[in-house]
Design a protein around this ligand. Structure first.
Ligand SMILES: Nc1ncnc2c1ncn2[C@@H]1O[C@H](COP(=O)(O)OP(=O)(O)OP(=O)(O)O)[C@@H](O)[C@H]1O
Ligand SMILES: [Mg+2]
Length: 318
């Protein structure tokens, strides 16, 4: 059963307003949606496109593991098919579309960037458009230059960008610069999606299980176990067919790595992250990562609670 989008009403409303500004002003309005993996960036972007019902939608994302130049534009061109009407030399267009038969490097990088902008302008054709750039963090530098250029263009478009945090990016520094440039454009929207709240998780469970919706306690446990991450929640629900199974799933023993077990043992002794780092000969940062994984896996709300979890009989199996 499709899960309804919950907890993003304010963000969606903000994007709808941005779209109204595009229609009223004719200038490009960037909207940047960031968040950790699986927080619902793509879901929100899709909902925004649905609300806007633009005349033109150009959507693309990085398609390759190590993206080729102008991968975003090539992805867009691949979805819309041949467009001989565009005011761009056919060989340049073929190159931008990553046609493997076209000789490379006939144009300078500057000329290619101008041609790429002209191509987008031609595709938009002066009509109100939404340009969807999915997963900016995974894009190639040429695409990032193009996106930054479009942000400042007199183009009647909502430039709707999703991105994981820059530290997960192919080019972290360039990603930071591009996100800053987009967010700094006049009228830009900047939205960081955090985890869903316990109430939102409950709403999803209500929807999925209808009349036999799990109790508040189970909903709370699901929220803790998934950290309010919509993707993890979807995964958990896919495994658990009904509320009984869900409750059983939550009782399943939690699998911890050897290092996590060591860290948990230290937590149970009331040690600080610094003390744990010293005791295990690892960095404080690494300890922080282990602790946050432990909180997620055990569904504990705090390190004290995780420590209590460690001494409960059900954790004996680890
Ligand atoms: N607000 C929400 N309410 C309910 N379900 C949601 C919500 N947001 C996302 N989901 C569900 O969570 C899953 C992951 O969402 P989505 O793909 O949008 O995340 P993402 O942030 O784009 O992830 P990635 O970083 O991998 O691109 C999807 O199955 C989606 O249906
Ligand atoms: Mg996504």
């Amino acid at each position: 059963m499709p899960v309804p989008m919950v907890g993003r009403a304010v963000a969606l409303e903000e994007l709808r307003h941005a779209w109204e500004r595009v229609r009223g002003g004719g200038r490009c309005v960037p909207a940047v949606v960031t968040g950790l993996p699986g927080t619902g960036k793509s879901t929100l972007a899709a909902a925004a496109v649905q609300v806007a019902t633009p005349e033109v939608t150009l959507a693309g994302s990085a398609r390759l593991h190590s993206p080729a130049p102008y991968d975003w534009l090539a992805a867009v061109l691949a979805t819309i098919g041949p467009r001989p009407d565009l005011p761009v030399p056919p060989d340049a267009l073929a190159w931008l579309a990553q046609d493997p038969d076209v000789p490379r490097e006939r144009y300078t990088p500057d000329a290619l960037l101008r041609l790429a902008v002209t191509t987008v302008r031609g595709l938009v054709g002066g009509r109100p458009a939404v340009l969807v750039v999915e997963d900016l963090h995974a894009l190639d530098p040429a695409s990032l230059s193009l996106i930054a250029e479009l942000a400042g263009a007199d183009l009647p478009a909502l430039l709707l960008v999703t991105s994981r945090p820059p530290d997960a990016a192919v080019n972290p520094a360039l990603t930071v610069r591009t996100l800053e440039r987009l967010a700094g454009s006049p009228g830009a929207v900047r939205r960081h999606l955090g985890p869903l709240g316990a109430g939102d998780v409950h709403k999803i469970l209500d929807h999925v299980y209808g009349g036999s919706a799990p109790s508040r306690d189970v909903a709370e446990a699901v929220w803790r176990r998934t950290g309010g991450n919509p993707y993890r929640l979807t995964e958990l629900l896919a495994v658990a067919g009904d509320p009984e199974q869900l409750a059983g799933e939550l009782r399943e023993p939690v699998e911890l790595t050897a290092r996590e077990r060591e860290v948990l043992g230290c937590l149970a002794e009331g040690m600080s992250n610094k003390q744990i780092a010293g005791a295990l000969g690892i960095s404080v940062r690494t300890v922080t990562v282990h602790v946050s994984n432990l909180l997620r896996k055990t569904g504990a709300a705090s390190r004290t609670e995780a420590a209590l979890w460690a001494v409960q009989p059900r954790s004996a199996a680890f």
